[in-house]
Design a protein. Structure first.
Length: 142
C-alpha cells in the first residue's frame, strides 16, 4: 500500500474517532451532567431514577468515551510513526541543515510535557472519602 493512501486512511480514521470522542464528551458533560439523579438522592435519602440517554447512563457513556479516547491515542501513535522523519527533521534538523538551539529546547520541553501528560494519571495519589464526610463541609459553606 502506498504511503499516501495509508496516511489518508489513518487521517480519516482519526477524524472519525476524534468526532466520536467529542460527541461522547458533550453527552457526558451537557446531556447527562454530573449528578444526573444519583448523588442528590443520596443526600436527600430518597430514591430517584437515573437519567438515561439512548438507553445508557452517564457512567456507561463514560466507559464508551474512555474506549474511544484510547483508540484515538492508538491512531495518533500510528500517525506519529508514519510522520517520524518529518518530526525528527523539524525538531532537530538534519546534518545538512541543523536546527537552532532555541528550537531544540522548545521541542524537548514539548516532548517532556507530552510524557508528563501521559504519566499524570499514575503520578498522584488517590483518596477515598464517604459522602457523609462531604455533607458537613458542604453545609458549612452555605
Amino acid at each position: 500500500m502506498k504511503r499516501n493512501i495509508l496516511n489518508i486512511i489513518i487521517d480519516a480514521i482519526s477524524l472519525i474517532v476524534f468526532m466520536g470522542m467529542i460527541s461522547t464528551g458533550l453527552i457526558i458533560n451537557y446531556v447527562l451532567p454530573p449528578g444526573s439523579g444519583r448523588i442528590e438522592s443520596l443526600f436527600k435519602g430518597r430514591e430517584r431514577p437515573v437519567e438515561l440517554y439512548l438507553g445508557l447512563s452517564r457512567h456507561d457513556w463514560g466507559d464508551i468515551h474512555i474506549y474511544i479516547s484510547l483508540s484515538f491515542l492508538i491512531v495518533l501513535v500510528i500517525h506519529l510513526i508514519l510522520h517520524w522523519s518529518w518530526i525528527k527533521n523539524a525538531t532537530f534538523g538534519s546534518k545538512q541543515k541543523p536546527q537552532t538551539i532555541q528550537r531544540k529546547v522548545v521541542s524537548i520541553i514539548i516532548i517532556l510535557f507530552i510524557i508528563f501528560s501521559l504519566l499524570f494519571p499514575w503520578i498522584g495519589s488517590r483518596q477515598r472519602i464517604s459522602y457523609g464526610d462531604l455533607s458537613p463541609k458542604y453545609e458549612q459553606k452555605k
